[in-house]
Design a protein around this ligand. Sequence first.
Ligand SMILES: *[C@@H]1O[C@H](CO)[C@@H](O)[C@H](O)[C@H]1NC(C)=O
Ligand SMILES: *[C@@H]1O[C@H](CO)[C@@H](O)[C@H](O)[C@H]1NC(C)=O
Ligand SMILES: *[C@@H]1O[C@H](CO)[C@@H](O)[C@H](O)[C@H]1NC(C)=O
Length: 242
Amino acid sequence: MSTLIILSSLLLLLRLPLHHAAIFDIINHCPYTVWAAAIPGGGRKLDSGENWTINVNARMDEGRIWARTGCTFNVSGHGNCQTGDCNSLLECQTYGRPPNTLARFTLNGFNNLDFIDISLAEGFNVPMDFSPAAGCDQRIRCAADINGECPTELSTVGGCNDPCTVFKTDEYCCYSGYNCGPSNYSNFFKGLCPDVFSYPMDDQTSSTFTCIGGTDYKVVFCPTTNLSPSPPGKNNFNFFNF
Ligand SMILES: *[C@@H]1O[C@H](CO)[C@@H](O)[C@H](O)[C@H]1NC(C)=O
Ligand SMILES: *[C@@H]1O[C@H](CO)[C@@H](O)[C@H](O)[C@H]1NC(C)=O
Ligand SMILES: *[C@@H]1O[C@H](CO)[C@@H](O)[C@H](O)[C@H]1NC(C)=O
């Protein structure tokens, strides 16, 4: 009996490093409310200045975090959002509807590495910074005014759609996979935010970043907005730094 307990405790100890959860701090630095969403994780209302911490199993493929805007939900968590809506639920169980700026991650993938990116392949709604909390020297940021410069044909309430969502053609959606290159629209996104993954077959070697498995992360919505009152005459932007 006691041997069994010792044995199973040992096994538990040995398994522990593999199952260490990664911590994601999600911070709303926008001057407006967003409804943060995470797969895995669910979703919640995040007022300006609030943060939400989630634990993600350290072995996770194709996780994503995004902001939803213009939402109304009833007391049982049913409703709708103008951008990023996930099947009308406050606590998401599925990915969101474009346009939505995406923080995407695979944890402990190939060679025990984490792979992270910001993707605009499903449009843009809210500026974002995606970076390790500590211990890994990577930072991905897309803070440009993409909504303000969005081509008319992609522009929609609360965001800037990706061309696949609007035109639904192989050229933009890469349905057939091969032979699908950048377009003037993906170049528009990449021009304003050079670090992002910009269309379905974009080159991952230049837009995906790696950290050692077990790293914790921070996702900041509207990273360059300074929320604290600034002294008169001081510039309000690019003031906030971590
Ligand atoms: C998150 O919010 C808590 C409580 O509101 C606060 O104490 C903490 O400093 C915040 N963390 C960050 C990273 O903003
Ligand atoms: C919330 O909305 C859902 C979907 O419309 C509905 O089924 C549910 O009854 C509503 N709950 C309340 C408390 O109004
Ligand atoms: C992109 O290309 C399409 C098709 O060639 C053209 O109709 C559209 O005006 C272009 N848009 C921009 C923003 O250059």
